[in-house]
Design a protein around this ligand. Structure first.
Ligand SMILES: Nc1ncnc2c1ncn2[C@@H]1O[C@H](COP(=O)(O)OP(=O)(O)O)[C@@H](O)[C@H]1O
Ligand SMILES: [Mg+2]
Length: 366
């Protein structure tokens, strides 16, 4: 799962247009997407034809009241795109959570507790660097900064990059930063110069596909539709398709590749069939028994190798740990983490070599 924030404290530079159209275009490439609308103006919500004033639960309830993210998510008219909607109530959040503990990590925590796995989470940010944008940047692993190159918009970019740098240092995780030129006019020397200027000063990635000025993009948002659907033959659709191709090229090949060799484990298969991984009514079940273990967690491809992320965990009296996860069909490598030590699943004979020279357990779910 990739978590990408679309941020820039400048209004009108194309954040929402990018959030909506990247989501829809990724979905066209068979990626499942959750779009989180972190802007109280609710433009992403509106852009998928959902009236912000008519929604019930929203991102506000997730951040303020600890409602599960999964419980506020709505379907959009676009297959494979779901949205966590927002409306004006969200504007009160800055004061309301001012004294809360971990106020910058609320979105991160909510995403970690989500039981649903998406290929992409796209977060549309408001036009300021307040608590909502900070939450988005803390939750994300990557940030796309849309940069309006039709006039001198570099002012403010330094401040945003500095904020990202401070957050990187504070949280210890590196936010990959990309710049996406928007409102680009090929004939304008000024726009080309701005892109060259950014290339000189900015060490990160600049998308090769700038988003050109396109009236159809403007129209599609106002009709509550993504451009893939409203105007598939427009330059707006072609440009966002180009950006998605670049994003897909960056996807971790290890994540996509099927394991090369499935070895038979030296560990003897547990004769008790009930203890082997398998489906239950609540999801896919993994079991590990160790009466002496104080803490058993599970991590794998299904939860970005973040121990117990998205996992329902139950320990029985006899020291049997049951881990239930919602997973889609596919092949997954995983390991248990027992009091901080990584181990293969003793109940699963299928293992594969990993890049660290040890083994991961493997399940193939179909
Ligand atoms: N590439 C583009 N070509 C033409 N109009 C655009 C383009 N990108 C965005 N717009 C328009 O510019 C305005 C601001 O864009 P928006 O995505 O809402 O910016 P932000 O979310 O950063 O405030 C909207 O009216 C939108 O339709
Ligand atoms: Mg916006």
């Amino acid at each position: 799962m990739r978590i990408i924030a679309i941020a820039n404290q400048k209004g009108g530079c194309g954040k929402t247009t990018t959030a909506i159209n990247l989501s829809a275009t990724l979905a066209k490439s068979n990626r499942t997407v959750l779009l989180i609308d972190m802007d109280p103006q609710g433009h992403s919500t509106l852009g998928f034809n959902i009236r912000p004033e008519e929604i019930g639960l929203s991102v506000y309830h997730v951040l303020k009241e600890g409602v599960f993210l999964d419980d506020v998510v709505l379907n959009t008219g676009t297959q494979n795109v779901r949205i966590a909607p927002s409306n004006i109530i969200l504007s009160a959040i800055e004061q309301e959570i001012a004294g809360a503990s971990e106020k910058e990590k609320k979105l991160h925590n909510a995403i970690s507790m989500s039981k649903k796995i998406y290929d992409y989470i796209i977060i549309d940010c408001p036009p300021n660097l307040g608590i909502l944008s900070i939450n988005a940047l803390r939750a994300a692993e990557e940030v796309i900064i849309p940069l309006d190159v039709s006039f001198f918009s570099m002012h403010g970019l330094g401040k945003l990059l500095e904020t990202i740098e401070i957050l990187n240092r504070r949280s210890g995780h590196r936010l990959e930063t990309y710049i996406l030129p928007t409102m680009f006019d090929r004939r304008s020397r000024f726009a080309r110069e701005i892109i060259e200027e950014v290339k000189t000063h900015f060490k990160g990635v600049i998308f090769n596909t700038p988003i050109r000025n396109c009236t159809k993009l403007r129209e599609s948002v106002s009709f509550g539709r993504a451009v893939t659907d409203y105007a598939p033959n427009s330059i707006g659709n072609w440009d966002y398709t180009g950006v998605v191709e670049e994003l897909i090229l960056q996807e971790d090949p290890v994540r996509e590749a099927r394991p090369i060799a499935v070895l038979s484990s030296s560990i003897i298969k547990n004769p008790d069939r009930a203890i082997q991984p398998g489906f239950t009514d609540n999801g896919f079940l993994f079991v590990y028994k160790d009466p002496k273990a104080a803490e058993v967690k599970i991590a794998g491809d299904f939860n970005e190798w973040m121990p117990d992320k998205g996992v329902m965990s139950v320990r029985s009296e006899d020291g049997t740990w049951k881990k239930i996860i919602n997973i889609k069909p596919g092949s997954y490598q995983y390991k248990f983490c027992i009091d901080g030590e990584w181990k293969e699943d003793p109940n699963n004979p299928n293992i594969v070599c990993n890049k660290y020279g040890s083994y991961n357990s493997l399940v193939v779910i179909d």
